[in-house]
Design a protein around this ligand. Structure first.
Ligand code: NAD
Length: 370
């Protein structure tokens, strides 16, 4: 069928020994960037996404259009659609899965808890069931989250720190994913690598995240809430630029062991690995806002309030030495540089020019940036 031809074409690598990779959540923020980077270096990429309306689906469609221009096809379907997943693996002998589809967001879990269970637990198990039965067995890299550290107060967070105090249902489902991965590695020899992303931001980002809606609200003259911890300290995040995260994902894929079940050379028991992917430098939210004010040439109307009990944690800070040791992960983009790229994208995507500094001006502040 034409559909089969399309998915074969999309997932066929163009370089020798290239990967044939299924990217779940390919119409999402991180998934779209990773898909483009993989395709660019000659790997075969097939996307899967259900295009849900957790945030503006037109943004997902725009990312899909971008991928489509690069010959990346996204199959529209759900992680829980077993017949669909089986069909994909019947047609394509995927060597890898980059599993990024999930119900993201911490606060929305209070409104729609079941969507987290459905995508992050049931959907993940469904994907693992398909992968375990596939021949060859694909190596899997999947998105966990810094939120698994929960109320941990030891900083910076290392992979050895406790993760038994999730502060939100989102965090609990991500933590559950790590435990579930362990069992599939242990019993079925699936090679699995979990990546704990720390607050990822950048062009084509997620409208539900603070840096994104702050930008929108500042430009519209709306008041923004800035959280303080109960102890009166400012909330801070280890903001990590999308290009650094993409490099981390590709590094993890490149060093992921072939599962014992896969055709090639057996290299001993398949691994289960978990890594932090962050920026090693937490920034208080007030500082984030002042950078945005400068870039947008607009003063924000700020309302400082005590952090409500909504699942947010006061502070995140990644120790990334393990990812550096195993695959050379090294974040290189600082927050002002990354936000400038985000603001530039935001302005051109939404066609807002009026109150924003001219692009040249944004550029001229940092002549090193082409
Ligand atoms: P995103 O919401 O932009 O992307 C996820 C995509 O998955 C969406 O396009 C959505 O439509 C799709 N999806 C959701 N449930 C699905 C299902 N059941 N079946 C098929 N498709 C489904 O989010 P993102 O920021 O790109 O995040 C990617 C991954 O990284 C997620 O697993 C998220 O939990 C994790 N993560 C993100 C951040 C961050 O700061 N962006 C931080 C930590 C972890």
């Amino acid at each position: 069928a034409a559909w089969e031809k399309k998915i074969r074409h999309s997932s066929t690598p163009r370089r020798p020994n290239g990967m044939s990779i299924l990217v779940t959540g390919a119409a999402g923020f991180v998934g779209s960037h990773c898909s483009l980077a993989l395709k660019k270096r000659g790997d075969g990429v097939l996307g899967l996404d259900n295009f849900n309306s957790y945030y503006d689906p037109s943004l997902k469609r725009a990312r899909q259009a971008l991928l489509s221009k690069r010959q990346i096809f996204i199959v529209e379907g759900d992680l829980n659609d077993t017949p669909l997943l089986s069909k994909l693996f019947d047609v394509v002998p995927f060597t890898h899965i980059l599993h990024l589809a999930a119900q993201a967001g911490v606060r929305y879990a209070m409104q729609n808890p079941q969507s987290y269970v459905a995508s992050n637990i049931a959907g993940f198990v469904n994907l693992l069931e398909i992968a375990k039965a596939a021949n060859p067995q694909p190596s899997i890299v999947w998105a966990s989250s810094s939120s698994v550290y929960g109320l941990n107060t030891e900083n910076p967070f290392s992979e050895l720190h406790r993760t038994d105090q999730p502060a939100s249902l989102y965090a609990a489902t991500k933590k559950a994913g790590e435990e579930i991965a362990h069992t599939y590695n242990h019993i079925y020899g699936l090679a699995l690598t979990g990546l704990r992303f720390f607050t990822v931001y950048g062009p084509w980002g997620r409208p539900d995240m603070a840096y994104f809606f702050f930008t929108k609200d500042i430009l519209q003259g709306k008041t923004i809430d800035i959280y303080q911890t109960q102890g009166g300290k400012e909330v801070a995040r280890d903001f990590t630029y999308i290009d650094d995260i993409v490099k981390g994902c590709l590094g993890a894929l490149d060093t992921s062991e072939k599962s014992t079940g896969s055709g090639g050379k057996k290299r001993g028991p398949a691994q289960l690995r978990v890594y932090n992917l962050g920026n090693k430098s937490p920034v208080p939210v007030g500082k984030l806002v002042s950078i945005l004010e400068g870039l947008l040439n607009t003063k924000a109307k700020k309302h400082v309030i005590k952090m409500p009990s909504n699942g947010d944690v006061p502070y995140t800070h990644a120790n990334v030495s393990l990812a550096f040791k195993d695959f050379g992960y090294k974040p290189t983009t600082d927050l002002p540089t990354g936000l400038r790229k985000f603001a530039k994208w935001y302005v051109s995507y939404y066609g807002i020019q009026s109150r924003v500094k001219k692009e040249n001006h944004i550029k001229s502040e940092h002549p090193e940036d082409s």
